[in-house]
Design a protein around this ligand. Structure first.
Ligand SMILES: *Cc1c(COP(=O)(O)O)cnc(C)c1O
Length: 428
């Protein structure tokens, strides 16, 4: 085994350090496997209930009228998320697109949008108009309010109550921390927040940005009252196989509004050719619980390694997990670059390239991204990224298999070590 890792470029010393950390994680890994087993049964049942058949994998082109495969896949998602309806399309380009779609589908001029969990994910700033941008919701007369989390990370109930007014139409709740160092929310916490908002204003709609959260727990935000649960297919639910796409699971009314916004009023869900993408979307969803479990193990392994080396990790080495993201505060741009170089060097694709910080559309500081993925930009595949700004944290996620996640983390460690950017001290 050591020789095989050495062939990959991981020294015996680094490998042994990893094995030592791993020895303490077996119980947590067993619990993750159990959640995956539960969720595998959930997905399997959803596919059986909706009579997925060979005919569902046929390609449709043009308008895509009467697309059995597309309609069945949407029914499978709805069953699995326990919602009335779902919109699952390759025409939804990414997570930001899915979220922008959901927001613009239900918000009208004069409405107010509220985030009760602090600032939303970077790319939503331009969607909402927090950073002025042509075509933003602000340009259409939708205003935005925010209630920040308390310093200890808990909900500020008084501030949330005060922020809900007669114009508040929609509450947006981000499950994952994104590029912030707050904790990610559990589905249970999301449920409490939704109940609270609806108790203050019963007709308020609640949307959850579920990116990176799918299948981490046994329930989803749609099980605790979310009207729309939204995510990307190049993250967890695509299982690494979906080539593109996004989903919105929710009430009949909300999903219909999203469909009319995605295509056109009057057309809604009836059009949208599948372009041959369905087999990968089905199969990816089927594999998603296991793939998510592998990514979770990688995140926990990384936290335990880096925390032992003295770097702050969110979540920390022992906390429960609510998404697959691992933030590691490395404290300098040089360490961020070395970490990302390691992740890149461990990839099956483009392992020979060097990631460099670069301005990215939607982000307001340079971003470094390491991803040697089969699907461009896929972050359910092993990847690391982060904005080059204090506290210089990298956000690590994914791995189609646990073993690949492990190799990537060991390689990141190798690169930091080779460049003299950390001490391999054994402080047990
Ligand atoms: C990934 C992500 C998004 C959407 O990002 P895309 O790159 O557009 O898919 C939105 N919110 C959160 C929390 C995310 O992690």
């Amino acid at each position: 085994m050591e020789k095989m890792y050495e062939a990959l470029g991981i020294s015996r010393e680094i490998y042994e350090y990893g094995q030592d950390v791993l020895a303490g994680l077996q119980e947590r890994f067993a619990a993750i496997d159990e959640t995956a087993e539960y969720n595998q049964a959930k997905v399997l049942r959803a596919m059986q209930e909706n009579r997925v058949s060979g005919a569902c994998f046929a390609t449709s082109t043009g308008y895509g009228y009467n697309d059995l495969g597309r309609e069945t896949l949407e029914a499978v998602y709805a069953s699995c998320f326990h919602t009335q309806a779902a919109l699952v399309r390759p025409q939804i380009s990414c997570g930001t697109h899915a979220l922008a779609l959901a927001l613009s589908a239900v918000l009208r001029p004069g409405d107010e949008l509220l985030s009760p969990v602090g600032a939303p994910y970077d790319t939503l700033e331009e969607v909402i108009g927090i950073r002025p941008s042509p075509g933003s919701l602000a340009e259409f007369g939708v205003t935005y309010r925010q209630a920040d989390l308390k310093p200890d990370g808990s909900f500020d109930w008084d501030a949330i109550r005060a922020a809900i007014g007669p114009r508040t139409k929609l509450v947006t709740i981000q499950r994952s921390k994104g590029y912030a160092t707050r904790h990610s929310l559990s589905v249970d916490e999301i449920g409490q927040l939704i109940s609270f908002c609806k108790s203050v204003k019963p007709d308020i709609l609640c949307m959850v940005d579920n990116c990176y959260g799918e299948f981490v727990e046994r329930i989803e935000p749609s099980d605790v009252g979310a009207d729309m649960t939204v995510g990307s297919l190049i993250k967890n639910p695509g299982g690494g196989l979906a080539a593109a796409g996004g989903y919105i699971c929710g009430t009949q009314e909300c999903v219909e509004a999203c469909a009319r916004r995605l295509t056109a009023p009057g057309l809604g869900k009836e059009v949208g050719a599948n372009l041959g993408q369905l087999p990968a979307m089905y199969q990816g969803f089927f594999l998603a619980p296991t793939v998510t479990a592998g990514a979770l193990k990688g995140a926990i392994f990384a936290a335990n390694i880096y925390e032992r080396l003295g770097f702050a990790c969110v979540p920390d080495a022992t906390e429960p997990r609510h998404d697959i993201i691992q933030a590691v505060t490395l404290g300098s741009p040089e360490r961020m670059e070395a970490f990302c170089l390691g992740i890149q060097a461990a990839a099956p694709v483009d392992s020979h390239v060097t990631p460099v910080p670069w301005p990215m559309p939607g982000y307001d500081s340079d971003v470094i991204m390491a991803a040697g993925a089969f699907v461009q930009g896929s972050s359910i595949e092993l990847s690391a990224d982060g904005p080059i700004r204090p506290p210089y944290a990298v956000y690590f996620q994914g791995g189609l298999t646990w073993y690949h996640a492990k190799a990537g983390i060991l390689m990141s460690l190798q690169k930091l070590y080779e460049r003299g950017l950390m001490d391999l001290k054994r402080d047990r």
